[in-house]
Design a protein around this ligand. Structure first.
Ligand code: HEC
Ligand code: HEC
Length: 459
């Protein structure tokens, strides 16, 4: 858990309310103060919604988003003209299909459950196994998947080009471009999806200080979620996901998830941590759609976990919950959903031009820590010819990777205590990630030896 515990800047009333909620959750004040369940005074701040959303490939203009919505609902994208994206991601069902597994073309169920599409602008990877790196790259998947839309992008573009109304929509959306093409199709769909920001809920009102927005059970559920039940080890941030891949011990159905995608057995049974917003509208749950209710999800965490070597190190060794505690966790999860079926926002959200991280200057360092699912420092500069040593001083298994035409690198499973050394012969800028925890990012600037000598590396 990464919640920092400081009381500064927090009103006494809020602190008292927190302590009360914790005491109620634990049944007695003493228990709420033990190590696993300390009162994180600013715990709420860690769940505050961001101001704007990250920029995508295309501008988030009304014309582009309108075009994206048309394409999302357009059956001409499928081979036989019968299926649209919206056939499985139905707006009135919070962009799911309400089924455990959708039927594929051959009549057999698809391998995985249809996820909802809320707040994907912030996703590091797409699909349960993270095999797509952007919404634009993802959009091609279902169109060309023989079990899904069984079409081809090239054919879809030809059909769209033959429709004057569509050609006009493309021209409005992308005034600088002359032709309807695959890039415009995927960028418009991506922009439409970026605009699907989930509405403000009672939980958000509570986070921003409205004490009455949550009831006693929901507050107790939050205390359990962030404390004793250790859910925030993975369901962190305002979206309630760490963007990482975990084996949470569901029954083995033969789907190896991230492990198959990476060809890395240590990541077997690992699936992307889903965001927990709007779940009241998106049952059933999990990558295989196997759990019909939120109660069933809590039953899983509190006793149904299959213990195997790949089980995530973020899973608590044992989780014993009383009937009341289970019900409080379910109540809390409910408060993360809209009271009415969620709808995309009427006005488009503001786009943030750069992330705060991108503004920090790189520091000269050759040893990097991976503690708490974070590369520290996160931006470094070294001289060409130098090496970086990346030390796994975390409790988790990592997989350090550089995916760059100038330099490719992958460590195998990097267990706690293991170090990897990467040589950087040429100057340039390189991105390193952990492919099990892709929100871990290390930005490396390799300078010509001379320029480092001139400015002198900082000690
Ligand atoms: C036949 C049903 C079906 C259709 C049609 C379909 N999808 Fe999906 N969608 C799924 C399933 C199932 C998954 C999960 C697959 C996986 O993870 O391997 C998925 C996953 C996704 C994801 C990843 C979400 C996440 O949280 O990672 C996005 C985005 C998405 N679909 C968008 C689209 C778009 C855009 C279209 C149209 C071009 C589309 N889908 C058409 C069933 C469908
Ligand atoms: C080790 C990381 C981890 C921990 C700890 C964890 N989760 Fe999860 N959670 C996941 C992953 C990964 C999935 C998806 C697993 C899959 O489908 O195979 C998931 C799925 C879920 C889902 C289903 C969401 C959906 O859209 O299908 C819910 C609800 C949920 N978790 C709630 C909780 C609660 C409540 C706790 C604490 C008791 C918790 N989780 C603890 C990682 C975690």
């Amino acid at each position: 858990m990464n919640l920092s515990v400081t009381a500064s800047g927090l009103g006494l009333a809020a602190l008292a309310a927190w302590l009360l909620a914790g005491a109620l959750a634990a049944g007695d004040a003493g228990q709420s103060l033990d190590a696993g369940n300390a009162p994180p005074a600013d715990a709420r701040a860690a769940f505050a919604r961001p101001e704007g959303l990250p920029a995508g490939a295309a501008p988030l203009s009304p014309a582009v988003v309108d075009l994206g919505r048309l394409l999302f609902n357009d059956t001409r994208l499928s081979g036989d003209g019968t299926l649209a994206c919206a056939s499985c991601h139905q707006a009135q069902l919070a962009f799911t299909d309400g089924q455990a597994l959708h039927a594929g073309r051959n009549g057999k169920p698809l391998a995985r459950h249809t996820p909802h599409l809320w707040n994907l602008a912030w996703s590091e990877t797409l699909f349960w196994d993270g095999r797509a790196k952007s919404l634009e790259a993802q959009a091609r998947g279902p169109v060309e998947n023989p079990q899904e839309m069984a079409g081809s992008m090239a054919t879809a573009v030809l059909r769209l080009k033959a429709d004057p109304a569509m050609v006009a929509s493309f021209a409005r959306a992308f005034p600088g471009r002359t032709a309807v093409d695959e890039i415009s199709v995927t960028e418009a769909i991506g922009a439409f999806e970026r605009g699907l920001v989930s509405p403000i809920t009672r939980f958000d009102r509570w986070v921003t200080g409205d004490e009455t927005a949550l009831d006693r059970d929901e507050k107790a559920g939050f205390a359990l979620f962030t404390g004793k039940a250790q859910c925030t080890a993975c369901h962190s941030s305002w979206r309630f996901t760490d963007e990482a891949f975990h084996d949470i011990g569901l029954p083995d159905t033969g789907d190896l998830g991230r492990g198959a995608q990476l060809q890395l057995p240590a990541a077997n049974h690992g699936f992307k941590t889903p965001s927990l917003r709007e779940l009241a509208w998106t049952a059933p749950y999990m990558h295989d759609g196997s759990l019909p209710t939120l109660e069933a999800v809590i039953e899983h965490y509190a006793g149904g976990v299959a213990r195997r070597p790949t089980l995530s190190k973020d899973m608590p060794p044992v989780l014993a919950l009383t009937a009341e505690e289970r019900q409080q966790l379910v109540a809390f999860l409910g408060a993360l959903s809209s009271e009415e079926p969620p709808r995309p926002p009427q006005t488009l959200p503001k786009v943030e031009l750069s992330s705060p991280d991108a503004q920090t200057a790189p520091v000269a360092a050759t040893t990097i820590s991976q503690k708490d699912k974070r590369f520290t420092p996160g931006r470094v500069k070294i001289a060409a010819g130098q090496s970086l040593t990346i030390v796994n001083d975390d409790k988790r298994t990592h997989n350090v990777r550089i995916d760059d035409p100038r330099l490719t690198f992958t460590s195998n499973a990097q267990e706690a205590g293991d170090s990897v050394v990467i040589a950087f012969p040429e100057p340039g800028r390189f991105g390193i990630i952990c492919s099990i925890h892709p929100a871990m990012k290390l930005d490396v600037t390799v300078e010509r030896q001379q320029s480092l000598l001139q400015h002198g590396p900082k000690p």
